[in-house]
Structures are given as C-alpha cells and as structure tokens.
Design a protein around this ligand. Structure first.
Ligand code: C2E
Ligand code: CA
Ligand code: CA
Ligand code: CA
Length: 279
C-alpha cells in the first residue's frame, strides 16, 4: 500500500483507490449479473461421520464473471452486502439450490438435507419468511429438508424481529443453523431461547485438532454443550484423517471439509461418493 507523501496531496493513487475502483465496477456488474444469471451454485457434501454417508449439502454461490472468470464469495459477498444486492443474490441462490435438490429427489436421490447461507440483510427484510415459503412451495421441496445458516451476530441486533421470524420458520419445519459458531460476539443465552437446531463449528477450531496437542479443547467443549442442548453438530473444515478419526470418536455427527474434496456440482458429488479423498 502506497502512502500519500505528496506535500500537495496529489499523490493519492494508492492501492486503496485501485481497490475502490474495482469494487465500484463489480457493484455495477452485479446488477447485470443477477439479470443475466451469471451466478451459479456449487455444493459441499455433509457426511455423517458414523456411517460414512452423505446426508446433506451446503450451497455455495459462485460468480461466472464474463471478464474476470469464476469469482469466489470472498471477492463479492462484501460488495453485495454494501450495495444491498445481497438479499436478491441470496434469494436467487436459495431458489436455484432448492430447485436442483428437488429435481435430484424426483430423479430418485435420497432425501438430502439442503443448507443455504442467509445474510443478515436478507433476514432483515419484511418478506424474508414469505420468500422462503414461496420458494419451497413453488419448487415442491419439503421444509423439513431445508436448513438456513445464519451467524451469531445477527442475534444481537433487532432481536424481537429476528426471533419472530426464526420462530415462524421453525413452525413451518425449516431448521436453523448457527454458522461459524464461536467466532461471533454473542452471549450463549440465545441457544436456549431460540429455535436453533444446529451448531456449525468454525474451521478455525477444527484446524487446531492435531496430533499430540490439546488444541481440540474448544471443539470438545462445543460438542459437549451441543449434546447437552440436544442440538446437531456440523464440524466445518475437516481436512485430515486425523481430524475425522478424532471427531468420529467424539461422536460428532456430521462433518464437512476438503477431506472429501472441493465443492462441486450435485452430479459430481453423487459420482464421487462419501469416501475421504485423501485415501
Ligand atoms: P461458510 O458458510 O463458512 O462456507 C464454508 C467455506 O469454507 C466455503 O468457502 C468452503 O469452500 C470453505 N471450506 C469448506 N471446507 C473447507 C476446508 O476443509 N478447508 C478450508 N480451508 N476451507 C473449506 P466459499 O465457498 O469460498 O464461501 C465463503 C463464504 O462465503 C461462506 O463461508 C459464506 O459465509 C459465504 N457464502 C457462500 N455462499 C453464500 C451465499 O449464497 N450467500 C451468502 N450470504 N453467503 C455465502
Ligand atoms: Ca455456511
Ligand atoms: Ca462456516
Ligand atoms: Ca463464513
């Protein structure tokens, strides 16, 4: 990053400004991209570690940018949030992924659970719950197989509004997962008060599970708490056999991570099966 050292203040073309220009351009592109269907969805397998079977998938959005190629969420989710396009993007990702899972079900696939990331700005919208309902009905997908992933920080602000929406979703049968659990700033009291079904242990904790180490203590603690509260657990970022074996022994349920390969299309996930790739 270049510092502005010019006495007259003219030497201001910094890396920041190049970044700002790029952001503005991407923000403009995003309007067109939504209309042009430039976004698509890849899926990451969620595997029941006890039986070694794929039991669900998480939908992850990708942007096929005509000039810049395939973009990852880290390159555009922030921009989508700043420009308030995120709700539209989330709605489109929800619809696409529900449609693909509904189709897979009709074609004889088992009842895979679908997890979809939902931004706080989407939850804040008055039509949030109705949008979810409408997508489920129009695509013919059972509410019981949908899980929405929200982050802890959402539960700090605007609480009454958020609580009412989560309760409505719960009544409909939709599950709620707390994504990146343990990395937000939130008290734990909401876990008892709100209809939360699943804790997703953030990969920064999973990463600490290594040989000959006490790095697993946070994972142990979250698992013990979730079991006490009768919540499901999904452990994110499982990359090694050692981690898988450790989590399996702990009775951790569902795992997700590069050990089973990169996120991919539904068809390729089916073909790949649920065997760790490292083997
Ligand atoms: P996330 O919800 O925590 O999703 C998991 C991210 O970790 C994914 O990155 C996935 O590819 C990556 N990952 C999975 N397993 C491993 C592993 O074993 N090791 C490592 N190092 N990484 C792993 P991705 O697809 O780039 O998504 C990044 C974030 O962008 C997501 O984090 C989520 O917060 C957000 N995101 C993705 N899709 C959507 C969406 O449709 N809507 C919204 N609002 N956010 C989304
Ligand atoms: Ca997620
Ligand atoms: Ca996560
Ligand atoms: Ca995340």
């Amino acid at each position: 990053r270049v510092k502005n050292t010019g006495r007259d203040g003219y030497q201001v073309f910094t890396a920041d400004m190049a970044g700002t220009t790029q952001r503005l351009r991407l923000e403009q592109d995003m309007h067109r991209a939504l209309a042009n269907q430039e976004f698509d969805v890849v899926y990451q397998a969620q595997i029941d570690s006890a039986i070694g079977e794929m039991v669900g998938v998480e939908a992850l959005v990708r942007w096929n940018h005509p000039r810049l190629g395939r973009l990852e969420p880290s390159e555009f989710i922030g921009i989508a949030e700043d420009s308030r396009l995120i709700a539209e993007l989330d709605r489109s990702t929800l619809r696409k992924s529900v449609r693909e899972l509904a189709k897979a079900r009709q074609e004889g696939g088992r009842g895979l659970r679908l997890s979809v990331n939902i931004s706080p700005l989407m939850v804040a919208r008055d039509d949030f719950v109705d949008t979810v309902l409408e997508v489920l009905r129009q695509e013919g997908f059972p509410a019981q197989l949908l899980e929405l992933e929200i982050t802890e920080n959402l539960l700090i602000s605007d609480r009454q509004d958020v609580i009412a929406k989560l309760q409505r979703l719960n009544e409909i049968g939709v599950n709620i997962a707390i994504d990146d659990f343990g990395t937000g700033y939130s008290s734990l009291s909401y876990l008892q008060k709100l209809p939360i079904h699943t804790l997703k242990i953030d990969r920064s904790f999973t990463r600490q599970v290594k040989a000959c180490d006490d790095g697993a203590c946070i994972v142990n603690a979250i698992v013990a708490m979730a079991q006490g509260l009768r919540m499901n657990i999904v452990v994110e970022g499982v990359e090694t056999m050692l981690q898988l074996d450790y989590l399996r022994a702990l009775g951790c349920g569902v795992v997700q991570g590069f050990l089973y390969g990169q996120p991919d299309s539904l068809e390729r996930l089916w073909q790949r099966g649920a065997a760790p790739e490292a083997l």
